[in-house]
Design a protein around this ligand. Sequence first.
Ligand code: C2O
Ligand code: CU
Length: 502
Amino acid sequence: MKKITRREALKLGTLAGGSLLLPTTLLYRNQASIAGTAGSPQPTRFAVKLPIPPVLNPVRSDATTDYYEMTMKKARISILPGLTTEIWGYNGIAPGPTIKQRLGRKSVVRFINNSVNTPTSVHLHGMASLPQYDGYAEDLTLPGYYKDYFFPNTRAATLWYHDHAIHNTARNVYMGLAGTYLVQDEFELGLPLPKGQYDVPLLIQDKQFTNTGKLVFDTQGEKSQYGDVILVNGAPWPRMEVGTSKYRFRILNGSISRSYKLALSNGDDFIMIGTDAGLMSAPVNVKNFRLGMAERYELIIDFSKYPVGSQVVLQNLGLPNNDDYDGTDQIMRFDVVRSEPDNSSIPATLRTIQPIPESSAVRTREFRYERSNGLWVINGKVWDDKRVDANPQLGDVEIWRLYNNSGGWFHPIHIHLIDCIMLDRNGKPPFPYERGLKDVFYVGENESVRVIGRYGPNTGKYMSHCHNTVHEDHDMMNQFEVGQGGPSPLSDPAKILPAPSL
Ligand code: C2O
Ligand code: CU
């Protein structure tokens, strides 16, 4: 039985038809959308308002440091109308609360493992944490225990914290253990970019539910976890009311296995301003962009161009090897509901990013990501905490060539600790929107990507892995160890200098 494809459905107009249903109704699709299951109950699109996760207040602060506390626990929340769903959440919500920090202040976060009944390890993705605070997969906190994590906040960027427990990362993140962590600096806050309520995090995830609302975690034999309901900040296909202003969106793909190709329904451009590790050097207009798991892009949508009453849908044009379930073609909708003055603007220069010249690299390493004998491997090997696959010395600049011989899979590769710059993909320049500092690199089908970075500022063992967390868990992960000493002085590769003049 062949499922109707998205394009066929669009032709038939069936997708538009769904929106005629009343809010708070669920449409039960009785088709084999997801191997052997009936498919999730389908809520009406754009019926709920986009939630914004609460900002977490520190429990106390001193001259240098803010101290936070979060408890991982099971909770029953409403995601689909009329049903409740058990999640595992930081402070019992999914996504967890947002931490907003300032560059240079330090954070100590006490993560308490309360009632999730499974060992946890917390990784703050994008932070140059010391190894003991980096969420090492084997550094488990057992139920009933807590761990205090120290974060130096040395990069102004959109980061996210999520579980990283060995072999269970996909399940734990899927159940809800993920949240946003923002670091801002004075320089960025001084730019005329949209701020405050015009600076909005959008965490996109796909989930699958039973008809009683239970989350279905089914990796199809340790391959991938796909869902047929799109959540943004935890709400299914939400709607956001906007004014006639520019908005800055910090988009994070927090999905387990699904990548997206995002576009606006009216065909207008996004104005890209940031990548994983913060602002790019200059804005760039794009019609659509590829968003792999764990990647972050910051972009501006200018709603001042649209009359009050306009609706703009954030669409997913889809990518190969992302099971094409009906419904994942749309993410959320923006409704322009009020006219208002817009005092924000987008500077032509955002920051100066110090380039890392290719000639400064002291060596090149190669990592091949593939499926072999039912396992996900890197250079033929699975994760082994006793093995180290690369040993850059502190301050060394290295080029890593990440490649994928397969036409059947894509792998977003994450390197902990450092921010890199992509040199090329298949020998061609990176997409314009990828030309910033990044820590996740989309290695698509039959692609080879070269990235350059300086290893530091910390020494010790750090993981690198595919951020399809099902692949990571089984066992597409390895580690590098940054050694003491080296030819270059200690410095941060991601050193960002303010633009000289704007
Ligand atoms: Cu976002 Cu090692 O992970
Ligand atoms: Cu992968």
